[in-house]
Design a binder for this molecule. Structure first.
Ligand SMILES: Cc1ncc(COP(=O)(O)O)c(C=O)c1O
Length: 420
């Protein structure tokens, strides 16, 4: 690059989703012959559902390979709306639906729609790592509310009240339930409490709901079921998890007609549209694959239970069955303290340092903000016997203080501050 060219302040400070960085390391080690159990990324180990695959092939054969409206194909938006109304009892129509390439991009469009520089956004933390960069894109500032293991990682309504009533620049809230990485699920009363606090104020809410079909305790309550919230919130959904379609890149947002049209302008100017082939695959999945989806969700549930049960047997680990999602988020702070290593250091040690031939890829809780320190995040994206193997490996690896010591000598950034 020419030396006179400098990156923007935003580009220079941009932080990214660590799961993709760890994925790159895991794949490099695998290519070198290491046996790596990959539990770092929130992807499904299952195939996309059958009608999605067939619908996509059919759409290609039908030459559905041109631009379409920025808001999405009308037939797909109608199918989404009909499905949503039936599933959640919220009477929406196609005009309340905008299609995107996955759910993540709506973080950016939500911020572009509602934030001006200096505006404050309440974020429950640990949090999905791309919230910060998307808020920063608009010059917004994050205000954190901690999610605590002793409170089942549910949102703290006192923090919401303080934020909306006292923060001079309060403008938006990012809510994610079921929650990545903790697996916490907000109760109906939590959602009502938040809606009651923001109703009628100039505060927009982003309700990130990619795991709506992965609730193991109770059921999923969509935020938009709260009275008036269609006009004040944007709820986002994805095909990545429920239909194992992460690589197709398909999701949608639900909101009022006015907000949907504002987001349509963002899509027009950034992406033009989502490929019709992908939308038609999603439409076929919604029409035909609910039973297959539910079977796959039940398999995820079992995997999560297996991982939790095995982790409970490891000394120094405090772990509960998550209320939802396919993540397990054990508290490993005593192990980190004993070994003098931060939790993401422990994760990287399991991958790189614990054994020359084998490794487990997972993430330290701090990849989701400082509130995640002392935790690990495991996803369940491997066969059951590999999950068992991963926990057995973990149990053994934390017993090798000599190897941890060597790993820390080579990677001093992972030392707990003040420890040698
Ligand atoms: C909380 C949360 N939001 C958004 C996303 C993005 O999903 P998508 O693949 O639809 O972009 C994820 C994916 O892991 C997630 O966990």
């Amino acid at each position: 690059m020419a030396t006179s060219l400098s990156f923007s302040q935003f580009a220079r400070g941009l932080s990214t989703e660590t799961a993709f960085d760890v994925l790159a390391v895991a794949r490099r080690l695998k290519a070198q012959g290491k046996d790596v159990i990959e539990l770092q990324i929130g992807d499904s180990p299952f195939n996309s559902t059958q009608s999605a695959l067939d619908g996509g092939i059919q759409a290609i054969k039908n030459n559905q390979s041109h631009y379409c409206p920025s808001l999405g194909l009308l037939s797909f938006r109608e199918t989404v709306a009909g499905n949503y109304a039936k599933e959640y009892g919220i009477p929406i129509s196609a005009e309340n639906v905008v299609v995107g390439p996955g759910a993540k991009v709506f973080e950016q469009f939500f911020c572009e729609a509602f934030l001006d520089p200096g505006d404050a956004v309440l974020v429950f933390s640990p949090h999905f790592p791309t919230y910060g960069p998307n808020i920063e894109r608009r010059g917004g500032q994050m205000v954190f509310s901690s999610l605590k293991q002793e409170n089942q990682f549910r949102p703290d309504l006192n923090d919401v009240e303080n934020f909306v009533k006292k923060h001079p620049k309060a403008r938006a809230i990012f809510l994610n339930s079921p929650h990545n990485p903790t697996g916490g699920v907000a109760t109906e009363a939590d959602l009502k409490g938040i809606a009651d606090l923001i109703r009628g104020r100039n505060i927009a809410l982003f309700s990130d709901e990619p795991y709506d079909h992965m609730v193991w305790t109770g059921k999923h309550y969509p935020f938009l079921a709260q009275p008036g919230m269609l006009d004040q919130a944007v709820a986002c959904y994805t095909f990545s998890k429920s239909y194992s379609m992460s690589g197709w890149r398909l999701g949608y947002a639900v909101s009022s007609k006015a907000i949907v049209e504002a987001i349509g302008k963002m899509i027009n100017t950034a992406l033009s549209c989502v490929p019709p082939i992908v939308q038609l695959a999603g439409e076929a999945a919604l029409k035909n694959d609910a039973a297959e989806r539910d079977q796959v969700m039940a398999r995820f549930h079992k995997k999560v239970q297996l991982l939790v049960d095995d982790l409970k047997q490891v000394e120094g680990v405090k772990v509960f069955m998550p209320a939802g999602t396919f993540y397990v988020f054990p508290n490993v702070a005593p192990i980190c303290q004993r070994l003098g290593i931060v939790s993401h250091g422990l994760a990287m040690y399991l991958l790189e340092g614990a054994d020359d031939k084998k490794g487990v890829a997972c993430l330290g809780g701090e990849c989701f903000g400082p509130a995640g320190q002392g935790f690990l995040r495991f996803s369940c994206a491997e066969p059951d016997e590999r999950l068992r193997e991963a926990v057995a490996f973990f149990k053994e690896a934390i017993g090798h203080a000599d190897r941890v010591k060597r790993y820390l000598e080579a990677n001093p950034k992972y030392r707990i501050a003040g420890r040698i």
